[in-house]
Write a protein that binds this ligand. Structure first.
Ligand SMILES: Cc1ncc(COP(=O)(O)O)c(C=O)c1O
Length: 480
């Protein structure tokens, strides 16, 4: 979807030789090709790595790609004894990022370096990968930090309504609760249907019907962390624009998973994690603030917004009015980024990991991880039936790389908190597979449902999905 700087044909050609593959992996970054592992990404210069975004292509399984993804897997230090499938909670930084952190931390300590900086160079690299401009992008601490800064920065008054969903995360719920308790903002929730029976239009209609004359903000997670439903961001952004609403996306899982151009999404704000699917250092996130009129994607005026945590906002004189054209009137990102002494090492980690992703190709990663999820969904349907899925499957606008399903042979066990927790623990202890469960309201059910949630990422292959499904099937038999 991110159509910036397309590089056509950068899929590894079928039947690529080992040497050819290694060259391909280093392409665009001048990476040295060496070492027993076959790939030496450490020599690459992430700053100069051109973003490789390609038109969407394969999903799984693609036998010829296995070698490519095996090389990608070698970039990570994940424990080989464990099959880690909970990236939705936290990712794992590649070796190259660990090296950058270590080297930078040592330099900072040796030279007693401070960083009263707006990290514009790092933000420029990240902004290029996420399809926005540097003045619109902040390297935040995490999704929760970004959501807090967005909601606290809006000019919301008593009686103003935020329209959200019943499947939000605390990272968004808490700042909304603060706005309610402090300012009298009203929070209203749309109940989200789950599973494979909905289309994108159905979700948009639910929101449309719930908008009132007091609604000021449309706030939703995409994907929701509960079921991995990718709420249709562009369609909901359009809906918000039509009603003059501010759109806020909790996009915790978007960076590093989906190749979205933030501009093209057409939203006003998006907060994401850089430490989950993006596999950056812990304590890093991505915050997008639309800072100009985007005639093609979001022609609405910019909402009033204050950089509430800043040490660079002018002490006198304020700032000019927010832009009403396609040129920013000031750099809102810099005000939010420059907050006292920052971490050079964390920022270096983000820069490095963005370089790795751009080099592999963000569209290729999205195709791979979403393709694995759809392969997993097919296997789940074969064994447990389509009714066991909490994630959508058939509408491509609603899918992502999170898969949520009821693993129990006795379907009502999904209501049982102990059994759900036991399932996750036994998958780890008996099969060496790390997954998680989640709990959430389901329309028509008096009790919350507690299915399992699987993350398929770039260090996985179809054989890992096969292993997961076999283990879950066996365990569900034992627990029946
Ligand atoms: C939808 C959603 N929002 C927010 C968060 C909080 O993420 P972070 O740790 O980046 O603040 C999570 C974490 O899993 C999440 O899934």
């Amino acid at each position: 979807m991110n159509t910036k700087a397309p590089v056509p044909g950068d899929m590894p050609p079928k039947g690529l030789s080992r040497r050819g593959l290694l060259q391909f992996m280093g392409a665009g970054a001048g990476a040295a090709v060496a070492g027993a592992a076959g790939l030496n990404f450490a020599a690459a210069s992430p700053v100069t790595a051109a973003p490789l975004t390609v038109a969407g292509s394969s999903s799984l399984p693609h036998a010829n790609d296995a070698n490519f993804w095996r090389q990608v897997e070698k970039l990570f230090t994940l424990d080989k004894k464990v099959l880690f499938m909970n990236v939705g909670t936290v990712g794992s930084p590649p070796r190259e990022v660990l090296d950058a952190l270590d080297k930078t931390n040592r330099e900072v300590a040796r030279d007693a370096l401070s960083a009263y900086s707006d990290f514009a160079d790092v933000r420029a690299v990240a902004a290029r990968g996420y399809g926005c401009d540097v003045d619109e992008l902040v390297i935040s601490h995490n999704t929760s930090d970004g959501m807090s800064k967005i909601i606290a920065g809006l000019n919301l008054r008593a009686g103003d309504e935020i329209l959200t969903t019943n499947h939000e995360h605390g990272g968004g719920l808490v700042p909304m609760a603060l706005a309610r308790d402090r300012h009298g903002v009203v929070i209203r929730k749309v109940a989200l249907p789950v599973g494979n029976d909905q289309r994108a239009e159905d979700y948009v209609e639910l929101f449309r019907r719930a908008i009132t004359a007091r609604t000021k903000v449309l706030l939703f997670s995409a994907p929701t962390y509960k079921t991995g439903t990718m709420l249709p961001i562009q369609m909901l952004a359009k809906l918000a624009q039509e009603h003059g609403l501010i759109s806020v996306v909790d996009g915790a899982h978007i960076p590093g998973m989906m190749n979205y151009s933030f501009h093209e999404l057409g939203v006003d704000f998006l907060a994401g994690s850089a430490a989950k699917w993006q596999c950056g250092p812990g304590g890093t996130g991505v915050l997008y603030i639309r800072n100009k009129v985007l005639s093609q994607y979001n022609p609405n005026p910019l909402p009033e917004f204050w950089p509430v945590v800043s040490s660079s906002y002018p002490q006198e004189g304020g700032v000019p009015p927010r832009s009403s054209t396609d040129t920013a009137s000031y750099n809102i990102g810099t005000y939010l980024q420059s907050v006292g002494n920052g971490s050079i090492a964390l920022n270096e980690g983000v820069r490095t990991v963005c370089g790795v992703w751009d080099r592999i190709g963000r569209q290729r990663i999205e195709d791979h991880v979403v393709g694995l999820s759809s392969y997993l969904k097919d296997l789940v349907v074969e064994r447990w039936g389509v009714g066991s899925l909490y994630s959508p499957k058939d509408d491509p606008r609603l899918v992502c790389a999170l898969t949520s399903f009821n693993p129990f042979r006795n379907r009502t066990d999904v209501l049982n908190a102990e059994k759900s927790a036991e399932f996750v623990a036994r998958m780890r202890d008996e099969y060496g597979i790390t997954i998680r469960n989640s709990d959430f309201p389901v329309i028509g059910s008096a009790q919350p449902h507690r299915p399992v949630r699987i993350s398929t990422h770039l260090f996985h292959q179809s054989k890992d999905v096969d292993r997961l499904v076999d283990a879950a099937w066996k365990l569900s038999g034992k627990m029946a």
